[in-house]
Each structure stands twice: as structure tokens, then as C-alpha cells.
Design a protein around this ligand. Structure first.
Ligand code: SF4
Length: 291
């Protein structure tokens, strides 16, 4: 063996920041004890002691072209593909290398939709069929980074809807972060205004419980979302899965509302929402006051 340095949670956060992470949260593996086997990190790495969730912000400007309705491609790259698969992946991998240089095993995990489901055979009793797909948004809640809102988005106090997250599983025993105690989403009654296609259904509301944290989540009609022309982007990894909605009318409206209510810690000199909101319904575009 070469490196055998003791690593603490503070070391991990410090290094993750140096590697470009804007958010780092740590959950103990005990916080995953009751998740289904096909979403359980221990099925990937049975020696996992800590689940490190690291995030990079989506630059607010990456949403600007879609907010104005004039440029959709830049979000696709800077807000989605390149951000996830280049900038964030690089931070994730560097953090895994740092842990392994210190003598711990570290498994970098990319964020694939759990809707893909198992596609292979169990190799042994007690082992899940491949591929095990962790729910990253819920893992971020378990790691203390934030909450799931009424629209099903991961919200953090720092950036609201604007982040992407990846995971490093490690056998290092790290002090876990407390769950996020702030409540960001307290405007559930406004969500039906956020979707011009009525895909957010209060009638389908459920209460999501994660490690004792309770969150109300509306029913979302993802079939409608897959046809949405208001900034939703098809799932890059699994077209039949839920589309990416962060830049869609709903996601941008949630962000704008959080800003209006002063709930974003990483604030700006100017408001995100500056002009009437465009909504495409069929072949029509309508404008409405976004204030
Ligand atoms: S993605 Fe489109 S259809 Fe789905 S909730 Fe958001 S705005 Fe509505």
C-alpha cells in the first residue's frame, strides 16, 4: 500500500472545493438502509461507509437563452451535458483520486435515471440485478444539501434549482452532515401557475419522507413533460425517462419565485425574471406577467 492518510469530512470538503465543487454533503450509509435494493449504494460497493454528494452550480446565465425564448443550445451544453459530464465529472473523479491516494477506496458514480431499471441477471442471492441506480436527488437530501420541492426538484439554499450532483462512495468513515433544516418551498399553491400544460397535479400530491424529513410533492405527468416545448430537455440517457425540467417553464418559475422570496443565498444584483414569461401551448405562444 502507498497512501494511508487519515481523511476527515473537512478534508473531503476542502478538496472537493479545490476540484471545483460548489456543494459537498456527506451521508452515512445508515441513511440508505431502507431504500430499495436497486437504488442502494451498498449494492455497488458493500464496504461503503460514507456517501459523498458533490454538486456544481448551473450558472444562472445558462438559463438566460431559454428564459428569453431565443437560445436553447447553450443550456444544453453548459447547463446539462458539459456541466455534468465534463466539469462536474472532473471534480468527482479528482475527489475519488484524492481518497484513493489516502488509502481509501472511492467509487465515482454518475447520475443516471433510475427509471432505466434492472437490465441484467443477479450474479448471486442477495445481489441486486444490474444496474443499481441511486436516486441522486434523494441522496442529496440524505447528505444534508437541501430538499425536494412540490415540483419534484432538488432545491438547495445556495442555488435553489440550479445544480447538478454526482456521488463518491467510500469506505472512509466521515462525519455526516445534518439534514437541511431550512424550508425553501413554502409556496405549493403557486405551482399550478408554473406549468402552462397543467402537468403539475395537486390531486396527485404525496408526502415524501427521507430520514424523517417530510416533503410534499405534487403528481407530475411526465408524459406531458416529454412533449413540453417550454424548455424541457429530453432525458439524455434514457429518452423514456423524465425529461430535464430545470430550464423548463416550471423550473425557471420555481427559481424566480425562490429569488423573489429571498431564499437564494448566492444572490445577484438583478432579478432573474426581468420580462413577461413566454409559454408555448401547441403552436401558440402566449406572454404573461412573470412578476
Ligand atoms: S416540463 Fe413543461 S409540461 Fe412538465 S411541468 Fe414543466 S412546464 Fe409543465
Amino acid at each position: 500500500m502507498t497512501g494511508q492518510n487519515h481523511v476527515t469530512a473537512a478534508d473531503v470538503k476542502n478538496m472537493a472545493g479545490k476540484f471545483g465543487a460548489d456543494l459537498t454533503g456527506i451521508a452515512s450509509i445508515e441513511r440508505f438502509r431502507n431504500v430499495p435494493e436497486n437504488e442502494n449504494p451498498e449494492q455497488i460497493f458493500p464496504e461503503t461507509r460514507s456517501v459523498i454528494v458533490i454538486g456544481r452550480r448551473i450558472a444562472r446565465g445558462s438559463l438566460r437563452g431559454i428564459e428569453e425564448g431565443t437560445q436553447f443550445g447553450l443550456y444544453n451544453l453548459y447547463g446539462y451535458d458539459w456541466l455534468e459530464n465534463r466539469f462536474l465529472a472532473s471534480a468527482t473523479y479528482n475527489l475519488a483520486e484524492f481518497l484513493e491516494d489516502s488509502g481509501y477506496e472511492a467509487v465515482p458514480v454518475q447520475n443516471l435515471p433510475k427509471e432505466i431499471g434492472p437490465t441484467g441477471l443477479r450474479v448471486a442471492d442477495g445481489r441486486a440485478a444490474p444496474n443499481v441506480l441511486i436516486d441522486f436527488d434523494r441522496a442529496a437530501v440524505r447528505a444534508g444539501l437541501g430538499e425536494i420541492d412540490y415540483g419534484g426538484f432538488l432545491l438547495t439554499p445556495e442555488f435553489g434549482t440550479r445544480q447538478r450532483v454526482q456521488i463518491v462512495l467510500t469506505d472512509a468513515e466521515l462525519r455526516p452532515d445534518p439534514l437541511c433544516e431550512k424550508t425553501l418551498c413554502d409556496f405549493q399553491d403557486k405551482y399550478s401557475d408554473f406549468c402552462p400544460l397543467d402537468a403539475i397535479d395537486p390531486g396527485g400530491e404525496t408526502t415524501l419522507g427521507i430520514c424523517g424529513k417530510k416533503m410534499r410533492v405534487a403528481g407530475i405527468d411526465f408524459e406531458t413533460c416529454r412533449e413540453c416545448g417550454n424548455g424541457a430537455v429530453n432525458n439524455r440517457y434514457y429518452p423514456e425517462g423524465p425529461p430535464d425540467r430545470i430550464a423548463a417553464a416550471c423550473g425557471r418559475s420555481v427559481y424566480a419565485e425562490l429569488e423573489r422570496r429571498g431564499k437564494i443565498e448566492r444572490g445577484f444584483r438583478t432579478a432573474f425574471r426581468k420580462r413577461p414569461v413566454w409559454n408555448r401551448v401547441g403552436n401558440r405562444v402566449e406572454l404573461r406577467d412573470g412578476k
